[in-house]
Design a protein around this ligand. Structure first.
Ligand SMILES: *Cc1c(COP(=O)(O)O)cnc(C)c1O
Length: 397
């Protein structure tokens, strides 16, 4: 075992160069075109990408911006969120889902998650709606849509706008309907680790309503119209033409990337089953990700559950074997120091807290090979066998 480390090829958690290398000439040519044009902002490639994203999301408009985080902030600004308002967000998500609420002086109301999907729990949203609730932000975590039919029905009954955080889920759908087309506004990120990963920061807003689309454009450009006339305080958040030009090239391959992620996910289910690790099979100990039958899942992450306090030891073991893994997310947002003023105590959102202790994210990027996946599963199997020897299993106890 000890000598293995030096012989084996590492399995990276993510290797963006594998998809980018294939497109090198095409992307560099697209960048050169922008270079020569001198139109570094508002170039035609921005519009081209916006149209492609709007088409994918089945929305009338899409508006480029500087990041997924800015997309969320702009969405809340566009629907008029301000001090005193309450916005319901899941606690088990990336920071940006909640920071936009705080930044506008509004109150973050954290909801717990459904332990199966890791997405926001609809019943908990219902419990937390008050007369001050002005928005709900479901997150399509790891590439799987939240329960948008139930969430939108609940929100419509209370006349509350829904902002979709689709940063991890471009190309995903629920009941055959694309994410970003369910709520009033959908927020997309082109951060390099996302399913449509750019070459730096970038984001986009998908929106059906003409007035909202126009407001988003205004707010993303200093609230300025016409030039040097400011009707309100906007921000400066644009998608660079360079980013857009490169993304136009990659966008053509998005369906293939997502299909490859789905294939990799299916292979993991088979390999875990074969290794007897799947907690649903006899004696298994690893919790496989739950696939909502209504969801078209695009697998930004493949997340297993490692119960029994073994998660960190497994991660350390995999790291020793040069197998990449990551913890998304180790601390639920209601327990972050900067959100202590929100007034949550340990135990308030038990499923978010449990997920943070048990979750482990494995490599799932499109170009990951079957051999690499076998290595990942073999590594986990070896760890589980040695862990079972040390700790009496349930069957023995
Ligand atoms: C990545 C991400 C964001 C932020 O996107 P950036 O482009 O990095 O600003 C927001 N929400 C979720 C759930 C994310 O995963």
């Amino acid at each position: 075992m000890h000598s293995l480390k030096n012989d084996v090829i590492p399995v990276p958690l993510l290797d963006v160069s594998r998809s980018n290398e294939v497109l090198r000439d095409e992307v560099l040519a697209a960048l050169a075109e922008v270079y020569d044009s001198g139109r570094f902002l508002y170039g035609p490639q921005v519009n081209e990408l916006e149209q492609a994203v709007a088409q994918l999301c089945h929305t009338k408009h899409a508006v480029g911006c500087a990041s997924g985080s800015d997309a969320l902030l702009l969405a809340l600004m566009a629907i008029g969120i301000e001090a005193g308002d309450e916005v319901i967000v899941p606690s088990f998500t990336f920071f940006a889902t909640a920071s936009c609420v705080d930044r506008l002086g509004a109150k973050i109301v954290f909801a717990d998650i459904d332990p199966k999907t890791y997405n926001i729990c609809v019943k908990d949203i219902e419990r937390k709606i008050t007369s001050k609730t002005r928005a709900i932000i479901p997150v399509h975590l790891f590439g799987q849509s939240a329960a948008m039919d139930a969430i939108c029905k609940l929100a419509n009954n209370h006349d509350i706008p829904v902002i979709e955080d689709a940063a991890q889920a471009i190309g995903a759908a629920y009941h055959g309907r694309p994410v970003c087309s369910w709520g009033q506004i959908g927020c997309i990120s082109f951060y390099p680790t996302k399913n449509l990963g750019g070459f730096g920061d970038g984001g986009m807003l998908a929106v059906e309503n003409d007035v909202l689309a126009d407001r988003l454009r205004l707010l993303s450009a200093h609230g300025m119209r016409p030039r040097y006339h400011h009707s309100e305080v906007g921000i400066n958040s644009r998608l660079d033409t360079f980013q857009a030009a490169a993304l136009v090239v990659k966008m053509k391959h998005l369906n293939a990337y997502n299909a490859a992620r789905q294939e990799n996910a299916c292979r993991y289910y088979e390999l875990f089953e074969q290794a007897g690790l799947n907690a649903n099979s006899e004696g298994g100990s690893i919790g496989m990700p739950y696939r909502d039958p209504a969801a078209h899942h695009v697998w930004n992450q493949f997340s297993i559950r490692v119960p029994g306090g073994q998660r960190d030891a497994l991660r350390a073991y995999l790291s020793e074997q040069s197998i990449g893994s990551e913890i998304y997310y180790p601390i639920p947002l209601h327990q972050q120091v900067c959100f202590s003023h929100c007034g949550y105590a340990p135990g308030d959102l038990p499923e978010s807290e449990r997920a943070a202790k048990e979750i482990l994210n494995l490599p799932i990027f499109p170009e990951l090979t079957a051999t690499e996946q076998q290595r990942v599963v073999d590594g986990i199997a070896t760890f589980c066998r040695s862990a079972n020897k040390q700790v009496p299993s349930k069957a023995v106890a």
